[in-house]
Design a protein around this ligand. Structure first.
Ligand code: FAD
Length: 500
C-alpha cells in the first residue's frame, strides 16, 4: 500500500490534484512528462492511494474496448446494429494502450504484467432474438479495423471449448451464440494507480499528501485557487494556492465542484449506484474459466449493470467474479457519508434531480428489485452463466460507488447521463471529472480532454511530446486501418498482450 507522510512547506503550487485515484494519477503523469518544472501537490483523504473505485476489487477491471459489452451496440428500429458508440469506446482504449506502452518503454512502468493481462472478451446470449442480434453485431463489427479478428459461434462444442464452465451441464436445445475476441484485457487499475503515483512521488517537485481531506476550494483575489486542506493525522488545516486544480475525487468530485462556485457547475446533480460482485472462493472453479463473458442487460438496468463472468488477474493470481448486482446507498464514495446525496441537492439542481426521479421509473424499479434480492436469487442470476454454481463456492463483495451525472435539460427538466464528463471553468484553471463509464479504461483520453480544455495555449508547445506518448494523437484510428493495425501490434507487443 502506498502512502506518504511527506509535507511540502510551500503553500503555493502550479498544479493541485485532488484525489488519489487513477484519474489524478494519469493527469499527474501527463503533466510531469509535458512540463517537468511545474510543482504538483496531490491530496488524498484516505490512508493510501487507489482505495476507492480504482482499487482492483472495487471495479470489474475490464479494459473497456466494446469487444464484448453489448450496451455499446444498440439495435436500431430498422433492426440494424449501431456500432458508433463501440467504435468510440474502442478508439479511446487504444489511446490508453498507447499511453501505457509509452510508460513501459520509458521504464516508468517496469513490467506491464503488474497491471494488465490478456483475457479473451466474449459476448454470450441465449434465445432466438438475441442470437439474431449477436450475429448482426458480429457482422457489423468484424468488418471494422478496430474489431478485426472477432470470432462468432452458435456451435455448442466450440462454445464448450471457449468457455467450459459456462457450457457445463447447460440444458441442450436452447439457441445460444458467442463472440470471442483475443484482444481483450483485464486491468488492475489499483496496481496501475500505485505504479503511476510511485513514479510521480519519485520526481522532484511532486508531493503526495495522504490523509489530507480537501474541505473547500475558492477563488483567491489574485485569481489562483485557494484549497483548504485538513491534515487528518495532525488535525490541522492549511490553505494551498494553485494555478490549476483538477478535482479527481471520484464520487467526491461533485461536492467539491459545487464549492468552487463556477457557473459551469450550476444545475449539475448526482445519482449514486453501488455495486456488488459474487467472488469465487474455490480455486478449482477459478481454473476452469479464462474470459470476460458479458451478457445482455435486464430491462431497466443501467448500461453499466450488464451481467458478466470475469477472469481477474490480481497480484499475479487468477480470480473469478460475477456481477455486478446494483445497489442503492446515498453515499457518493464507498468510504463516504450517508449525507452525500442529501447534501448535494441545491436550489440550482433540485428541478433536474426531481425530473430524473419522475422520468426513470424503470431504473428505480430495477434498483429496488436488485436491493431486495436474496442470496438464492443472486445465485440464480449467476447460474444463467455458470449452471453448476454452488453457493458455498461464492462470496458477496461490495464494490465501489458510481455517481451518475444529472444535468439540466430544457425539455425534460433534467436527464440522467451514464457517461463521463469533464466540467471546467471558462478560463481553464479548474476541471472536475464526473461520472464513471467507461471509466478507468479511458483515463488517458479523458485526461487528454482535460489538457485540451484547460491548457489550449500550451498544446502547440506540447505537440511533439504528446505525439511521442500517443502516436495516434490528432488522428482517428477508425479511419486509418494501417495505423490502427500498426499501433495495435505495437501495444500488444510492448504491453505483452499476445495471448499465452
Ligand atoms: C462496480 C464498478 C465497476 C467498474 N468496472 C469498471 C471496469 O470494468 N472498467 C473500467 O474501466 N472502469 C470500471 N469502473 C469505473 C472505474 O472504477 C472508475 O471510473 C475509476 O476508478 C475512477 O477513478 P477516479 O480516480 O476518478 O476515482 P477514485 O478511484 O474513486 O478516486 C477518487 C479519490 O478521491 C479521494 N477523495 C474524494 N474526496 C476527497 C476530498 N475531499 N479530499 C481528498 N481526497 C478525496 C477518494 O478518497 C479517492 O481515493 C467501475 C466502477 C465501479 C464502481
Amino acid at each position: 500500500m502506498m502512502s506518504s507522510t511527506t509535507t511540502d512547506s510551500s503553500s503555493s503550487v502550479d498544479v493541485a490534484l485532488i484525489g488519489g485515484g487513477v484519474m489524478s494519477a494519469t493527469l499527474g503523469v501527463f503533466l510531469r512528462q509535458l512540463q517537468p518544472d511545474w510543482r504538483i501537490s496531490i491530496f488524498e483523504r484516505l490512508d493510501s492511494v487507489a482505495e476507492e473505485s480504482s482499487d482492483a476489487w472495487n471495479n470489474a477491471g475490464t479494459g473497456h474496448s466494446a469487444l464484448c459489452e453489448l450496451n455499446y451496440t444498440p439495435q436500431k428500429a430498422d433492426g440494424s446494429v449501431d456500432i458508433s458508440k463501440a467504435v468510440a469506446v474502442n478508439e479511446a482504449f487504444q489511446i490508453s494502450r498507447q499511453f501505457w506502452s509509452h510508460l513501459v518503454e520509458k521504464d516508468i512502468i517496469a513490467s506491464p504484467r503488474d497491471f494488465i493481462t490478456p483475457v479473451p472478451h466474449m459476448s454470450f446470449v441465449w434465445g432466438e432474438a438475441n442470437v439474431a442480434f449477436l450475429r448482426k453485431r458480429h457482422e457489423a463489427l468484424n468488418a471494422h479495423p478496430l474489431f478485426s479478428g472477432m470470432e462468432y459461434s452458435e456451435d455448442p462444442a466450440q462454445m464448450a471449448q471457449w468457455m467450459p464452465l459456462v457450457m457445463q451441464a447447460r440444458p441442450p436445445g436452447q439457441p445460444l451464440a458467442v463472440t470471442r475476441s483475443l484482444n481483450g484485457t483485464d486491468v488492475n487499475y489499483g496496481a496501475l494507480t500505485r505504479l503511476l503515483f510511485s513514479y510521480l512521488t519519485e520526481t522532484a517537485g511532486c508531493t503526495l499528501h495522504t490523509k489530507h481531506d480537501v474541505l473547500n476550494i475558492k477563488r483567491g483575489p489574485d485569481g489562483r485557487w485557494q484549497i483548504l486542506v485538513q491534515d487528518l493525522r495532525l488535525n490541522t488545516q492549511r490553505t494551498i494556492n494553485a494555478r490549476f486544480v483538477f478535482i479527481g475525487a471520484g464520487g467526491g468530485a461533485l461536492s467539491l465542484l459545487q464549492k468552487t462556485g463556477i457557473p459551469e457547475a450550476k444545475g449539475v446533480g448526482g445519482f449514486p449506484v453501488s455495486g456488488q460482485f459474487l467472488r469465487c472462493t474455490n480455486p478449482e472453479i477459478v481454473a476452469q474459466h479464462r474470459a470476460k463473458v458479458y451478457g445482455k442487460a435486464s430491462v431497466g438496468a443501467p448500461p453499466m449493470s450488464v451481467p458478466h463472468l470475469d477472469t481477474r488477474m490480481i497480484d499475479g493470481k487468477p480470480a473469478l467474479l460475477f456481477g455486478p448486482y446494483a445497489g442503492f446507498s446515498t453515499r457518493f464514495l464507498k468510504h463516504g457519508s450517508l449525507m452525500d446525496l442529501p447534501r448535494s441537492i441545491r436550489p440550482d439542481n433540485i428541478k433536474a434531480i426531481l425530473s430524473v426521479a419522475r422520468d426513470n421509473w424503470a431504473l428505480t424499479k430495477y434498483l429496488i428489485e436488485q436491493v431486495m434480492q436474496s442470496n438464492s436469487e443472486r445465485m440464480n442470476a449467476l447460474r444463467d452463466f455458470v449452471p453448476t454454481a454452488r453457493s458455498k463456492d461464492w462470496e458477496l463483495v461490495v464494490a465501489g460507488q458510481r455517481v451518475q451525472i444529472i444535468k439540466k435539460d430544457a425539455q425534460k427538466g433534467g436527464v440522467l447521463q451514464f457517461g463521463t464528463e469533464v466540467i471546467s471553468s471558462q478560463d481553464g484553471s479548474i476541471a472536475a471529472l464526473l461520472g464513471a463509464s467507461p471509466g478507468a479504461s479511458t483515463a488517458a483520453p479523458i485526461m487528454l480532454t482535460v489538457l485540451k480544455k484547460c491548457f489550449a495555449e500550451k498544446l502547440p508547445e506540447w505537440d511533439a511530446k504528446l505525439k511521442a506518448m500517443i502516436p495516434s494523437y490528432g488522428q482517428t484510428l477508425a479511419n486509418n486501418p494501417d495505423l490502427c493495425a500498426e499501433l495495435r501490434d505495437k501495444t500488444t507487443k510492448v504491453l505483452q498482450l499476445a495471448d499465452d
